[in-house]
Design a protein around this ligand. Structure first.
Ligand code: ADP
Ligand code: MG
Length: 548
């Protein structure tokens, strides 16, 4: 190895990795569930976010330790795949590692632990299938219950019934069109945020909202609207640079030039009018003369609209995106029952509403402050994803730690069919997964040991599979009674991802670190490793102020 490189071997290396990963898991633990605490994150620009969202908390932190980064990566994957369950994943992975540490101390080899964990996780997935409830993916009542569970832990929980119905209706609106095709694209739901008012002023627009005012003199309201969408600018390319000149020597020539220009523009506007358009949306510029002609023709012209908005608009209204006016026909036009300019606070917006079978809709979010609105957006994000998850795979579970408790109970029994160290590892998995109900209880201010004992007793009886932690009433109860449901897809993802993170770290027994970063600038925040001090790196107390 080159000079300055360091190597940490065997147990020490592994312990360091585990410690860092467990640290991250402990950090996030207190935010699990509806009674979880919020975190205030202050970023390097001193901007503040208050959130309970695992993915956001981890995503915003500057994790410099490789094992901590691995945990963050796993949380991001879960967030990307199913949009919820990130906190649970990290907490479960941490718990698996803690139990692994105990086994390693008892001289169980990591490969045996990995095997046992793998068996445990596979069995857990099969147990979940047996307790899952099949639902109708278009049943609004079920979908709202799911949305509500996912939103329960966020700041705006008082408003969640209202936001849940917006999220569900948004998805039902865009999904109905893709019958038979379970692929529902959450990206087709645009979220337009405007601070001010209150969350209850938010609404679902079955169409699109553009952050654009109407040009003076143009119609501010059209019913119905026939919409053309073009990508090319509607202006005459002005020669750039100094080398190109338009030679105009006499006043008549100037007049002729302008007349020719205005004739071209008039033609373009006529083409749209003949096709029947009364709204023309353009990705790039429109000459002011063009805007004037549009005004005269009673057409609403909107310029400089982002491509992403154009695409949403096309999906919502059914318009075809064309490149220039030359091609426009009635077939290319989209439809909206109403296009109207509305003033929200001091900003003017263009609302495209009442679209027929829109494949894209907008959630117009309002809320007292930027912070409130952003947490509301995260709530909506989670709700959209869990509802989508269930629409794609219509199976759900009674939550509140019940599935984890059921897995633990059945796994402990199942472990008896194995011998020796393998049995220990499967049992360890079963004990590790109890961390979810345990943490839910703890965060609700309950005695978590008592809660687990009561849950174990319940789950050992038949027909008590759905008993979980009612964090509002602080008691052990059937989760179906207090309406806490989660998508099967989320729980499956949690189990697989946590398992992946834990085994990845379990497989490592040496850490080799190249000396290269020494010449680069070290991260400014605390929590980097200390290079070259001894023959191993040590994890400092905190990652940017987080304490063990
Ligand atoms: P995650 O990022 O893992 O989704 P959350 O903070 O959203 O973390 O917490 C999810 C957990 O909280 C799930 O186990 C879910 O069943 C549970 N949960 C949600 N609502 C309730 C409730 N009202 N009572 C008890 N547990 C709940
Ligand atoms: Mg959640």
């Amino acid at each position: 190895m080159s000079e300055g490189s360091t190597a940490t071997k065997g147990r020490t290396a592994q312990k360091n990795l585990f410690d860092a990963a467990i640290l991250v898991s402990n950090l996030i633990k207190s935010s699990l569930g509806p009674r979880g605490m919020d975190k205030m994150i202050v970023d390097f620009k001193k901007e503040i976010a208050i959130t309970n969202d695992g993915a956001t908390i981890l995503g915003d932190l500057d994790m410099s330790h490789p094992a901590a980064q691995a945990m963050v990566e796993i949380a991001k994957t879960v967030d990307y795949e199913v949009g919820d369950g990130t906190t649970s994943t990290v907490v479960l992975a941490g718990s698996l590692l803690k139990k692994a540490q105990d086994l390693i101390d008892k001289k169980v080899h990591p490969t045996i632990i990995i095997d046992g964990y793998k068996k445990g996780a596979d069995k857990a997935l099969r147990i979940l299938e047996t307790i899952a409830i099949k639902v109708d993916p278009t049943d609004r009542n079920w979908l709202i219950k799911l949305a509500l569970t996912s939103m329960a832990s966020k700041l705006v929980s008082i408003e969640s019934p209202f936001l849940a119905s917006i999220a569900v209706d948004a998805l039902l609106t865009i999904a109905r069109k893709s019958k038979g095709d379970p692929k529902i694209d959450v990206d087709h739901i645009k979220i337009e945020k405007r601070p001010g008012g209150s969350i209850s002023d938010s609404r679902l627009v079955k169409g699109i909202v553009l952050d654009k005012p109407v040009w003076v003199g143009m119609p501010k309201k059209l019913t119905p609207a026939r919409i053309a969408i073009v990508t090319k600018a509607i202006e005459i390319e002005k020669p750039y640079g100094t080398s190109v000149k338009i030679n105009i020597n006499k006043p008549e020539e100037m007049k002729m030039y302008l007349e020719r220009e205005s004739k071209i523009f008039k033609n373009i506007v006529d083409k749209f009018a003949i096709a029947g358009a009364n709204v023309v949306i353009c990705q790039y510029g429109m000459d002011e003369l063009v805007l004037d002609y549009f005004s005269k023709a009673g057409i609403l012209g909107v310029r400089h609209v982002k491509l992403s908005d154009l695409e949403m608009l096309a999906k919502a209204t059914g318009a075809k995106i064309i490149s220039t006016s030359r091609e426009v026909t009635a077939n290319d036009l989209g439809y909206a029952k109403l296009v109207e300019e509305r003033k929200v606070e001091i900003e003017k917006y263009l609302f495209f509403e009442g679209c027929k079978n829109p494949k894209s809709v907008t959630i117009f979010l309002r809320g007292g402050t930027q912070n409130v609105i952003e947490e509301a957006e995260r709530s909506i994000h989670d709700a959209l994803f869990v509802v989508k998850d269930v629409m794609v795979k219509p199976q759900i579970l009674a939550g509140a730690g019940a599935p984890e408790m059921e897995i633990a109970t059945q796994l402990k029994k199942w472990a008896q069919t194995f011998t020796g160290k393998e049995q220990l590892a499967i049992k360890a998995y079963a004990e590790a997964i109890e961390v979810i109900p345990e943490t839910l209880a703890e965060n609700a201010g309950m005695n978590s040991i008592d809660a687990i004992i009561e849950l174990r007793a319940k789950h050992s009886k038949p027909n008590h599979k759905a008993y979980g932690v009612n964090v509002q009433k602080r008691k052990i109860e059937d989760a179906r009674k207090f309406n806490v449901y989660e998508p099967l897809a989320v729980k499956e993802q949690v189990i697989s991802a946590a398992m992946e993170a834990a085994t990845m770290l379990l497989r490592i027994n040496d850490v080799l670190m190249s000396s290269k970063p020494q010449t680069q600038k070290l991260p400014e925040r605390a929590g980097a490793y200390e290079y070259g001090k001894a023959d191993e790196y040590s994890v400092r107390d905190g990652y940017g102020g987080i304490e063990k």
